[in-house]
Design a protein. Sequence first.
Length: 637
Amino acid sequence: MCGILGAIALDRRALRFDDGAFSRALDTLAHRGPDDAGVWFSDDRRVALGHRRLSIIDLSAAGHQPMRNEDGTVWIVFNGEIYNFAELRDDLIARGHTFASHTDTETIIHGYEEYGADVVDRLRGMFAFAIYDVRRDRMLLARDRVGIKPLYFTTAGGALSFASEIKALLALPDVPKRLDGEALREYLAFGKVMAPATMFEGISKLHAGHTMIVEADGTITTRAYWSPYDVPIDAPADAGEEYYRSRLLATLEESVRLRMVSDVPVGVFLSGGVDSTANLAIMSRLAGGGISTFTAGFKGQDAYDERTVARRAAEHYGARHHEIEITREDLARHLPELAWYLDEPVSDPTVIPIYFLSQLARREGAVVILNGDGSDEILCGYSKYLKYLKVHRYWQAVRGVPAPLLRAAHRVGTRFGLNGVPGELLARAAAGDELYVGGTSALKSVRGFREVVDGGARSVYAGVGRERAHFDTMRSSDDYAEWLSYWGMRSEVEPVFLYRADRMGMANSVEIRVPFLDHKLVELAMQMPQHLKYRDGTAKYLLKKALEPIVPHEFLYRRKQGFCVPVREWAGTMMIDEIRETLPAIAEHLGQSGRSMLGGVEEVLAAEGDLESGGVTWELYSLVTWYRRWFASAGDA
């Protein structure tokens, strides 16, 4: 796990920045790689590669990056872990390649020599990397299948520049720092900004499961190299629950085993819920016990505190258990610091416990951590999914009504004050939108923001419609659960859960690994009969049945709580005051479009009693804290 930075000029001229400027930009990623740093420029100064290293595999100096092949014709900077690197290494040695290290990084270099850009198809892991091919004068960028590792890029300043975090790009000369008004509108509507957009105009995310190639003449092409339906799971035609239960457990066990490979200590975030306890159970079987576990609680907030359950799970598996208690003062003191590490506002307050848990893990010597992200999306673990499945049959009936009648019904409903979920669903049916579009904004409840939220929602709904059409070309199915899982992965796992884990782990130089998002497990979960994932009102039915031999009933079937944060209880006047003070400044920053979007905010907020609700407060406070750090701050952290 590391931080990468690089650039290639889009014409034949040299890059516009020198070694010093490039190194200073690379230093903004020091938290991602405190163990080593390296910079390489091509002879003609058209290409620059930079790397900050967090040593995980082969801790020796042989793992230094940028790394090259034997004759210096292929260079790489790499962030992530390739879990099948030993198998790939053996195959490449048999094909005549010579290795100078025991790193997974070198496996990618020789894999590229053997297979070209198609090397990505053979990699099992999480990764974002750049390979410069000197002979072809070509740069290859790649991002892992589900988007565990981030990769940003910009074409500002006549070069294609890329980095693990936005802050490194902003530190380069000729990369302007501008707020993207449309991205802001999307954030206000949905509490997130999805790829390829970012909150900074001119800076984009490379989509998960994509490669990008920059040719010698400056031509840029991108390609999707994976979907969860590309490779059939090859199950017998008569396969039933027992078959899939056994295969699911075996695939998960293999995924956990691969993610325990490390030359530094490995631990697990533990809540006592199904996913984290499953990780602990399998890790304990493989290691014989003694796994380090880490749990967070909130002082004076018993309703949000899972430490008692986590303690029981740790004791059951003989783990070395560690806990941290987060206070309201911790929250206020560290939020501006989190805005620096996050780069973009995040409406999910779970960033807070992940930050403190990562800090605790690093302090206790665990550099690699496993967590349970992704399980709920691929295995139907949310109660909201079950609700969508129940309402879908009625939605189909409503969508069968002629569009003019639906629009007329919507106008009548609006006139008579039809609000809430029924009003929202009728509006979306009248517009021809999809039923499930992902998490909607808490700001829907604030009357003064209705117009801007609806404006942002329209563009988001249109994007969801395009994605649904694409999904239908890959997977023709009458089971709505397949769409719920697929879009949950795209709209929640990648832009929120994986984003927060990467940033908060890396803020403390900790690598977070996600066994449930191994691409082979994702493929299995997406293609298996969907009714096995939910049965008789039980979410994640098949996973729970598969885990029964190794996880006690009390952890499998207790009521789902999730990694909740007492934002409502801890919001307080400090957050409200900063929101009221800063939102008008954001409007002025954007000029006329901002004033149109957020005009009269101060008066609106003063009149809105429901601003005290936790979701609204946190979404806005995350935004204004981010804005103050990136656009109203005098200097960098």
